[in-house]
Write a protein that binds this ligand. Structure first.
Ligand SMILES: Cc1cc2nc3c(=O)[nH]c(=O)nc-3n(C[C@H](O)[C@H](O)[C@H](O)COP(=O)(O)OP(=O)(O)OC[C@H]3O[C@@H](n4cnc5c(N)ncnc54)[C@H](O)[C@@H]3O)c2cc1C
Length: 353
């Protein structure tokens, strides 16, 4: 049997599986999913788990259950591209003939001293559980700082405000406004929401060092009971360690079929892949479907035909009642984008759409 192995059952990996099993899988191909977790986790909602407004259980979705799909649980420790082997923290290595690397991302601390040791990240399920514990154990009126005012930093600060009205919450960003990647109108709406809900937005502050209870920056220091890190992501170390070409963010450079040029049997999907889009669940899913279509064409001995990835937009939440986003060229703020975001989550949870 030829082994088609998918590393990571997140948005990208599960999209590959659903699309593969929609079509015909040759009888001599065994598809295997590998993940450290026994379920797909809804990462786009991690901010709510960290803030304590949804339960752990609500963010778990069973992995696809197709007859013929094999699932292996384990912590991948390295990938040996030359010998086509996956190594695990424990147990025997796994051989592959074709591979999809869809392992998501980890925090990027930009080599800031103490950042990793003295902040809590929200990029993995276990990290977000830890963040939940810390945030919800902060003493009344304690100080929480969120470093990084992008989408996930904004969502967690807003959700935490609803969860803990007593806390002193700040978002610290080195840019001149929160949501620097969004148009000023959307950013202005979000800043106003934070003003009205007494969340401080501290701009033009570059963090230089973190120590226990203190955030240092060029002009002084900020006291912090709990610091949340949302100031950048990068592929996991085991992907960065691959001796292949990568972009400045450490994401793997790929050919037009999302293969590593020197290893065409290896596809890279989602946050690990160097793509002309910001990393997102939407991109990972769209790319995952295309990887399955490419693999199917190659199995049939046909030239893959690809359409440009079409993205529908980005939606963010400000607690449970307000939101913001971009839908094509339209900028949306208020209750409607929040309702749409709930709808997108529901579709994603039940794999519709
Ligand atoms: C708070 C927050 C809000 C977000 N909101 C949005 C949004 O509104 N819209 C949007 O499009 N995107 C959003 N994103 C981004 C989105 O979640 C990611 O871009 C998306 O999850 C990437 O998909 P992926 O398949 O590459 O990786 P993931 O979905 O992260 O999946 C990676 C999988 O690999 C597994 N894994 C990782 N390492 C190992 C290992 N060593 N061994 C075994 N298994 C491993 C993990 O368990 C996981 O199942 C948000 C992210 C965050 C943190």
């Amino acid at each position: 049997m030829k082994q088609f192995v998918i590393l990571g059952g997140g948005y990208g990996g599960t999209a590959v599986i659903h699309e593969l099993f929609k079509g015909h899988i040759p009888s001599d191909v065994q598809v295997t999913l590998v993940d450290r977790l026994p379920f797909h986790s809804l990462k786009t909602e991690y901010y709510a788990l960290a803030a304590g407004t949804v339960s752990d259980y609500e963010l778990r979705v069973p992995f696809p259950n197709y007859s013929g799909l094999q699932i292996k649980y384990g912590e991948v420790s390295s990938i040996d591209l030359s010998h086509r082997l996956i190594h695990f923290q424990q147990g025997d290595p796994l051989e592959y003939d074709q591979l999809v690397i869809a392992l998501g991302c980890t925090d990027n601390y930009h080599q800031i001293p103490g950042a990793e040791e003295h902040s809590y990240g929200i990029q993995s399920f276990s990290a977000v559980r830890e963040a939940y514990l810390q945030l919800n154990n902060v003493k009344p009126y304690g100080k929480v700082n969120v470093i990084g005012g992008g989408l996930s930093g904004v969502e967690i600060a807003a959700e935490l405000r609803e969860s803990r009205p007593d806390l002193n919450i700040s978002i610290i960003d080195r840019g001149s406004r929160v949501l620097g990647g969004f148009p000023p109108k959307v950013s202005g709406y979000v800043t106003k929401w934070f003003e009205e809900h007494e969340v401080a937005t501290l701009s033009n502050i570059s963090t230089t060092k973190l120590e226990n209870g203190v955030i240092y920056h060029a002009d002084g220091e900020i006291a912090s009971d709990v610091t949340i890190w949302t100031a950048g992501i990068q592929p996991p170390a085991l992907v960065q360690n691959l001796a292949v070409e990568k972009d400045r963010q450490g994401r793997v450079l790929l050919n037009a079929y999302y293969q590593i040029p020197d290893y065409p049997e290896v596809f890279v999907c989602g946050d690990c892949a160097s793509l002309p889009f910001a990393p997102s669940a939407q991109v990972a899913e769209g790319q995952g479907q295309q990887i399955a279509q490419i693999a199917s064409s190659l199995w049939r001995g046909e030239e893959p035909k690809l359409q440009r990835l079409k993205l529908k937009g980005t939606l963010g939440s400000l607690g449970k009642k307000a939101g913001f986003g971009l839908m094509g060229k339209a900028q949306v703020t208020g209750r409607v984008p929040r309702i749409l975001k709930t709808g997108v989550l529901w579709l994603s949870k039940f794999h519709i759409g």
